[in-house]
Design a protein around this ligand. Structure first.
Ligand code: FAD
Length: 556
């Protein structure tokens, strides 16, 4: 029996687990993989904090102002103030745990420019901040495990939560590779299961970020917020089966975007935005590239591509701070950035929306918390590069602190009965599948639909068309396969519901703000829509979307 059950061992999950263990809680950290394989490892560019080490006159207040501005005033200012205030201490903590940050000539943690920020605020580790942070946090976690202060399982996939009338009392899991559902009891469950990239396929993230846990919990009634806010990273390239990220670090070090106009290079970002240039916030850069290609017809050789030039940067910068980017381009694109520009186009990268949480990271269901990319907190309508690794570590801490020391909600027998009930429900739901349609084929069609429906620009027409296509998929899903594929069939039906919630959220927000651009409502409308889009799935599977004030308690 555990006090706290944590699902997901990326930065958010490790941070929550360390916080719980250090507070002497009985904690179980569960994931479907080793930490070395979580998406957090892929973070390249850096982590933000106003360290103000070199007299640059930076402060958490300025970090707060940049974050709120980039998020188009949709984030909860009080929660973001907590994040930016904690940021310098988080860097020092990560440093003490052994994160190998890049250093300046005096040995201080070095910082680089990132988009949408007025100061050099992004601490980095050449082009591999995620690997370094994860190595440090997982080593600390293993140390606590060896001291018997954390229990760890790396072979279990969360399929649902055990819920009673007072709230959550544990999770139901299946072993990776198959097996019957099994329940694990706890006083509270912290979800750190990453973003739902799997609804889109072909994005910059990890295949492990399949959105299955979020979809299952959404279908069980957990409210989701701002699902329409999906970040397209402006500089991604067509890699094998996914979008290869060309980190903002490339532009932070001086990289320039251009295309050809009348036979000559045209540096459109520098012309259109003389102040921010290539380092405008990501939504602005993505829209600009889209405009250059789709509206002005200036894609390179008629393709959906513009070019990113870093070839003129000093060899030392390419070989150290941008080494990973250069290596990836050579390996996966056959492009040598030291000699030629990199072809880029915006790709699905990050989800600002997710579980609807309050400042304490509590979800709409009591005893359920969410942190990291699966939660909607800090980023509003557009995330600043370098803020999500920070948000994951900080959010994991806040969720853990809020989950610690709470009295039992249920007696032991009641908990056992609730877990058994949920395990039986899972078995019954799976038994209902007896068709021949294999989930991967339908999922691929869902992913295509979502990439088109939730593209950079949306309209009532495109969203309604996507919803009609989704109706067809939902009808076909009645014929999904059972037997060994029943669990995946069930996951897919939940993913269909979460996808519907995303499309309905985008339809409901009849304005353009940050990552959400409506061609039929091109203006930002603070009077009507400076509010959080909240999607809920009712008992009969009906999905309802409404708007709630920013910063409201989700349990209200
Ligand atoms: C290519 C790339 C580069 C990036 N660069 C940066 C950067 O430079 N700076 C920055 O701030 N951000 C960056 N980001 C974003 C950032 O890395 C992520 O948002 C952040 O690390 C997410 O951490 P997390 O702990 O929430 O989730 P993750 O690291 O995704 O971890 C989620 C964990 O949950 C597990 N899980 C999922 N479902 C289940 C289930 N059903 N049961 C059990 N376990 C489950 C997963 O296997 C995984 O281990 C980048 C993202 C990408 C894709």
């Amino acid at each position: 029996m555990y006090d706290i059950l944590i699902v997901g061992n990326g930065l958010a999950g490790l941070s929550a687990a360390i916080t719980c263990a250090e507070a002497k809680a009985r904690v179980l950290l569960v994931s479907s993989n080793q930490p070395e394989r979580s998406q957090s490892v892929m973070a390249e560019g850096g982590i933000n904090a106003a360290l103000d080490q070199k007299g640059e006159d930076d402060s958490p207040a300025q970090h707060l102002a940049d974050t709120l501005r980039a998020g188009c005033d949709l984030a909860d200012a009080q929660a973001v103030a907590g994040l930016t205030t904690a940021a310098p201490e988080i860097i020092r903590w990560a440093d003490r745990l052994g994160t190998v940050f890049s250093r300046d000539e005096e040995g201080r943690v070095d910082q680089r420019c990132f988009g949408g920020q007025k100061k050099k605020r992004t601490a980095y580790a050449n082009a591999g901040i995620g690997r370094q942070l994860m190595a440090a946090l997982s080593r600390q976690c293993r140390k606590l495990e060896s001291e018997g202060r954390i229990e760890v399982r790396e072979d279990l996939r969360l399929v649902s939560a055990a819920l009673g009338d007072r709230g959550c009392c544990g999770g139901v899991f299946r072993r990776v590779g198959g097996g019957e559902p099994e329940g694990i009891a706890a006083e509270g469950l912290i979800l750190c299961c990453g973003g739902p990239g799997g609804l889109f396929g072909n994005n910059t993230g990890s295949l492990l970020s399949d959105g299955a846990a979020a979809a299952a919990l959404f279908s069980q009634g957990a409210a989701m917020a701002d699902l329409e806010m999906i970040q397209y990273h402006p500089t991604t390239a067509a890699g094998p089966g996914k979008r290869l990220l060309i980190s903002e670090a490339a532009r932070g070090e001086g990289g320039r975007l251009f295309t050809y106009k009348e036979g000559k290079p045209w540096y459109f970002m520098e012309e259109w935005f003389p102040e921010g240039g290539n380092l405008m916030p990501r939504d602005v850069v993505s829209r600009s590239i889209y405009k250059v290609v789709r509206e002005l017809g200036l894609g390179v050789e008629g393709r959906d591509e513009v070019l990113l030039d870093i070839s003129f940067l000093p060899k030392e910068v390419l070989d150290t701070r941008l080494a990973e980017i250069c290596r990836n381009c050579r390996t996966f694109l056959g492009v040598d950035p030291a000699r030629e520009p990199i072809p880029v186009w915006p790709g699905v990268h990050y989800f600002m929306g997710g579980f609807y949480v309050g400042a304490d990271h509590a979800c709409s269901i009591p005893r359920l918390w969410a942190a990291g990319e699966c939660a909607c907190q800090y980023h509003g309508a557009n995330r600043l590069g370098g803020n999500s690794t920070l948000g994951a570590i900080y959010g994991g801490r806040v969720a853990a602190a809020s989950a610690l020391g709470l009295p039992p909600l249920y007696g032991a027998a009641e908990k056992k009965a609730l877990l058994e009930r949920e395990v039986s429900r899972q078995r019954e739901l799976c038994a209902a599948f007896s068709g021949s349609l294999r989930p991967p084929a339908l999922r691929q069609r869902l992913q295509e639909l979502m990439r088109e429906g939730m593209a950079i620009f949306r309209s009532e027409e495109s969203l309604t068309a996507a919803l009609s296509r989704l109706d067809v998929l939902e009808e076909e899903a009645r014929g999904l396969a059972g037997g060994a594929e029943a669990a995946d069939s069930l996951t897919l039906t939940c993913q269909l519901a979460l996808s519907r919630a995303m499309l309905l959220s985008a339809l409901a927000r009849r304005e353009s703000r940050g990552a959400h651009q409506r061609s039929d409502f091109p203006a930002r409308d603070d009077a009507g829509f400076r509010a959080v889009t909240v999607a809920r799935c009712g008992a009969g599977g009906n999905i309802n979307v409404d708007f709630r004030p920013i910063g409201e308690d989700p349990c209200k």
